[in-house]
Ligand binder design. Sequence first.
Ligand code: SF4
Length: 375
Amino acid sequence: MTGAALQPAVYVHVPFCATRCAYCDFYSTTDEGLVDAWAEAVVREAESACAQGVRDVPTVYLGGGTPSRLDAARVAALLGRLRGALRPAPGVEVTIEANPDDVEPDLVAAWRDAGVTRVSLGVQSFDGGELALLERRHDAARARRAVDVVRGAGGLDLALDLIFAIPGSPPSAWRRTLIEALAIGPEHVSCYQLTLEPGARLAARLAATGASLPGEEAQRAAFLEAHERLGAAGFDHYEISNWARPGKRSRHNQTYWRHEPYRGLGPAAHSYDGARTRWWNSASVREYVEAIACPAGAAAAGREILTDDQLLLEQVMLGLRTADGVVAEVLGRTPGGVGAAEALVARGLLVRRGDRYVPTVRGMLVADGLPGRFW
Ligand code: SF4
């Protein structure tokens, strides 16, 4: 396991959205009345993290919600104050998630000038019908314009988020989205399989119409199409849902997969000390702001201490979703041990690479079931 001496990656949860998308069950609110109180509380939480020894942070990730809802002045002020509190390491990776609908030249210039290095653009699809079904605010033309604006600003890596396995959509729609994404030339692409979250509107709508997600074979074919097309274009498939150009992996997200420490600021944000303790903030902007405003200023609404077994299971589970895999010594500590890993090698689901076992693309397709082979 990685030691707690590493400085944590910092995640800032921006919990505001203009509207709620049909498939989403992330915590966010369309009530933007508390934006300034939220920003103040985030800075206070960062200052308190600094007082506890958090500094020289390697990455800062503004996620949401919709961070691009913050106007240029607010985002510049927030990032400036976070920089003062967290004293990022030289070469810090700073990512902002953005909805195409919000992307305008002045805003993107403000991100760049405030130290943002990557824009993660929630394109999801270049198919108008799919975007309408997902109830996204943008259409395909707006997504294309957002790409041009980010590229026009210069100095920013572009990461595209895409969604596949959309109900009622033919395979050709996914193919066209992949081809268009590749033509744009991003540094990073994430392809997420649509899931029906019970709390999201889409699940109820599909249930009412009798429609359903594409079957397993179609999902598998869409995943393999992404793997093949992105691989052929020189992208490294380094985690089940993530592809990067050489040297352009998301350093921030790798922190989670490597079980390294991270510090979450803002409502619903989770933190991990890199050893045994994980804690999380209230999933309510108001409660979060009130908790920080208390004299003690602590935002944590819950906490858990992980056992050795939980730590081992998480390490195996997360590692086997990535191209870096898991070191044999760690797998040797599971009940199934290295024997279980060799059995998966024989089935073509893992390969041994140096001191590690890493998933093949077939292994990635069944990654959720792999840890169960060790217990
Ligand atoms: S998908 Fe993103 S933009 Fe849509 S409601 Fe969820 S957090 Fe907001």
